[in-house]
Design a protein around this ligand. Structure first.
Ligand code: NDP
Ligand code: MG
Length: 382
């Protein structure tokens, strides 16, 4: 039985990972979150980890008192999260933190030789070169949890060679605003944007799905995970979220992975790989589904996909810059401080201010993060 260090345990992916662990009896070595004391306390009581960490110091102090009847060691701050990611007996670190805050714990876990199960796509987008180089150096595998990338990973299993791969086709649900015009998007509210048609997820990724920035992030994530160029990746809108992505070989043979939209399957496969276990996911009934539909994305109304494609083509710190600008713009939209259409505008304008470095360090990524956040706020006049 594998042992897991779970980062971001109180979120959407974190809770579903614990469903999978409960189902198959996996041992949880460490749990981390930002500040959600109530949920993590219950998780500690059920899964009895050796370590737990909360980034927020006050919340960590509260948690320490609450679980003082248990042998768990409670840590605090980002150092506490990094400790949970890399120390202790967990052989897999599943990173379900939201945002590029997950980058340092991922690098520490790789340094400690842990297998990485990665939901936290912002980590690969902001520090793709750092993460993939460290993984190569330490002989560590990065297994995708994101459903599209899990699909591609599964399609590639048994591939004759990566050289025969011609194209990756990422599917996108299209989000709540599929088919809307720019004029219609001027008036949309936060509650409209949070109504995702097929997935129930954390707020940040739900807004990223509404702007389609999520698909841009996934394009960059695929470049790093599968060592392909951005030009080899196409995006197709598929409203039913049944086909999770496809690959095409040189002979035009196309392979797809299908299943109901249920994150427990890709989470489970990242943990059980190379084995497959029975899953709680509903069996696919194609007669019941009947029809599957596919559309070209509307790149003009949803420019975030092209913003991300341009960023990875330029390379260097550009992907980090657009990711960090988006993290700030996404937050300002959720706080009601900017409109929905301000998000792509602010990201594109902020990226123009970047002083790029093609050969960057972790410190450069952090500097880009604070610089981009500041520029976005300045452009938004906040
Ligand atoms: P949630 O917002 O639901 O959960 C985020 C988790 O990270 C929580 O445990 C939260 O703790 C913790 N956290 C928040 N900020 C920080 C921080 N600065 N440092 C450390 N921990 C932090 O997000 P999701 O579960 O929806 O998404 C997690 C990641 O997985 C994202 O990168 C997302 O893009 C990706 N993903 C999610 C999918 C989904 O279906 N939800 C699908 C595919 C990918 P607290 O609760 O205390 O705030
Ligand atoms: Mg996805």
């Amino acid at each position: 039985m594998k042992t897991i260090n779970l980062l971001g345990s109180t979120g959407s992916i974190g809770v579903q990972t614990l469903d999978v662990a409960r189902e198959h009896g996996y041992k949880i070595e460490a749990l981390t979150a930002y500040s959600n004391v109530d949920i993590i306390e219950n998780q500690i009581r059920e899964f009895r980890p050796q370590y737990a960490a909360l980034v927020d110091e006050k919340a960590a102090a509260d948690l320490k008192v609450r679980v003082s009847d248990l042998p768990v060691k409670v840590l605090s701050g980002m150092e506490g999260v990094c400790f949970c990611a890399s120390e202790g007996k967990g052989e897999i670190t599943l990173n379900a933190v939201v945002g590029m805050a997950g980058l340092k714990p991922t690098l520490d876990a790789i340094g400690a030789g842990k297998t990485i199960a990665l939901a936290n796509k912002e980590t690969l987008v902001a520090g793709g070169k750092l993460v993939t180089n460290a993984a190569k150096k330490n002989g560590v595998s990065i297994l995708p949890v994101d459903s599209e990338h899990s699909a591609i990973f599964q399609c590639l299993l048994g591939a004759p060679s990566n050289k025969a791969l011609k194209r990756i086709i990422l599917t996108a649900s299209g989000g709540p605003f599929f088919g809307k015009t720019k004029e219609e998007l001027e008036k949309v509210t936060l509650s409209d944007a949070l109504k995702h048609p097929s997935w129930s997820m954390g707020q940040k990724i739900t807004i990223d799905s509404a702007t389609m920035f999520n698909k841009g992030l996934e394009l960059i994530e695929a470049v790093w995970l599968f060592d392909v160029s951005a030009d080899m990746i196409d995006i197709v809108v598929h409203r039913e979220s049944i086909v999770h992505s496809l690959i095409e070989y040189d002979d035009n043979s196309v392979i797809a992975q299908l299943g109901h939209p249920d994150m427990r399957l890709p989470i489970q496969f990242a943990i059980t790989y190379p084995e497959r276990y029975p899953s709680p996911e509903k069996q696919l009934d194609l007669w019941e589904i009947g029809k599957l539909s596919f559309y070209k994305p509307d790149y003009e109304t949803f420019p975030c996909m092209d913003i991300c494609r341009a960023a990875i083509r330029k390379g260097g710190l550009y992907p980090a810059a657009v990711n960090c600008a988006n993290e700030e713009a996404n937050l300002l939209f959720r706080q009601g401080k900017i409109s929905f259409l301000d998000i792509p505008r602010l990201i594109a304008e902020a990226a123009e201010e970047l002083n790029d470095k093609q050969d960057y360090s972790l410190e450069d990524v952090y500097n880009t993060d604070s610089f981009m956040r500041e520029i976005v706020r300045k452009l938004a006049k906040i």
